[in-house]
Design a protein around this ligand. Structure first.
Ligand SMILES: [Zn+2]
Ligand SMILES: [Zn+2]
Length: 350
């Protein structure tokens, strides 16, 4: 099999040939045909997340030590199954759920793998999908995408599930309520599309890039906001008529928290998803007085992947822009993503 591996943080990935693993027990071997390139791969590639104030979280402390293979948006064909892998057949096309837990704790028993404290995610601490093959520990992590376009289906494993899970954390909306989607990269655009699919029309897309805002409007955002405006908070409140019930932050930096949090109505919720980095400093009394919630959202669980794939199968989910590139262009794809040149998602083709 072929893998494109990180051999040194921040340096170009290298093509490595090695033996294709044979699935044991409940394991399933999937031949990867499509593999999405996610923004969080840039952090894993760099080797750290920025915690603000000069502090860093190094990915090696979570067992992510080179050489390793990134890639957590796998789509492929079942190539071989272990003797105890039930309910799966060679030749089936499947999206692979990458956010895999230890398999041996109460969270994992409830299929809340993303709340497991010992996660072993594909493309993070388990070999990922920037490779011709990926080994999956159990068939339950495979979801049938039906006739959904292969490249778009791949993106549901991270950008789809991440946006879907964040949206699930919104407070109950009334008719006059609005939702802000902050950051219209791959995950944010998916968020706009999912809100639309769920019948939520009052959506304000926020970004610094006019092309991304135009893409968000096309996917169904009723209003857009160029967040470079010095009075962006007031403008956001104005667009929402004072009823911003949720601000979903797909960027996750002090500037975007400083936009979403103060713009909320009373009882609203700031949902932090993006991992750009930094430190949150915010006056405490208004959080209590305005009864706002601050909640983090990290990827999603297996049931949420099944639900977002069901939305796509029903054709309710408008696909965001997806460009497919040959797998050997993985380094160029990562560089383009880093430079902010990608609209929607780049998906590698094997
Ligand atoms: Zn991702
Ligand atoms: Zn666990």
């Amino acid at each position: 099999m072929i893998s494109y591996q990180v051999v040194e943080h921040g340096k170009p990935l290298q093509k490595v040939m090695h033996e294709t693993p044979k699935p044991q027990g409940t394991e399933v071997l999937v031949r990867v045909t499509r593999s999405g390139v996610c923004h969080s791969d840039l952090h894993i590639w760099d080797g750290y997340f920025d915690l603000g104030g000069g502090k860093r979280f190094n990915v090696k402390d979570r067992g992510c030590v080179p050489p390793f293979t990134m890639g957590h948006e796998p789509y492929g064909v079942v190539e071989a199954v272990g003797k105890k892998a039930k309910g799966v057949k060679v030749g089936q096309k499947r999206v692979v759920f990458p956010w895999i837990g230890c398999g041996n704790c109460p969270m994992c028993d409830d299929e809340l793998d993303n709340y497991c404290v010992a996660m072993r995610s594909l493309g993070v601490t388990r070999p990922g999908a920037y490779a011709s093959h990926v080994l999956v520990p159990h068939p339950k992590y495979l979801v049938d995408p039906g006739k959904v376009d292969e490249a778009f289906a791949a993106t549901l494993a991270c950008s789809g599930i991440t946006a879907y899970s964040a949206i699930n954390k919104m407070p109950k909306l009334s008719k006059r309520d609005w939702v802000a989607v902050i950051g219209c990269g791959g995950v944010g655009l998916m968020g706009v599309a999912i809100l639309k699919a769920k019948g939520i029309r009052n959506v304000i897309a926020c970004d610094v890039d006019g092309t991304k805002l135009a893409a968000a409007a096309k996917l169904g955002a009723a209003a857009t906001l160029d967040t470079r405006a010095p009075d962006a908070v007031q403008r956001l409140q104005g667009l929402a008529g004072g009823y911003l019930a949720a601000a979903i932050d797909f960027v996750g930096m002090p500037a975007t928290a400083g936009l979403g949090l103060p713009a909320l109505r009373k009882g609203g919720r700031y949902i932090l998803v993006g991992l750009f980095g930094g430190e949150l400093t915010y006056p405490m009394p208004p959080i209590a007085q305005r009864a706002v919630g601050i909640v983090g959202s990290y990827v999603g669980n297996l049931q949420e992947l099944r639900e977002v794939i069901a939305l796509a199968k029903k054709k309710k989910l408008k696909p965001m822009p997806v460009a497919t590139r040959p797998a050997d262009q993985v380094n160029a794809a990562l560089e383009d993503l880093k430079a902010g040149k990608v609209l929607g998602r780049v998906v590698l083709s094997f």
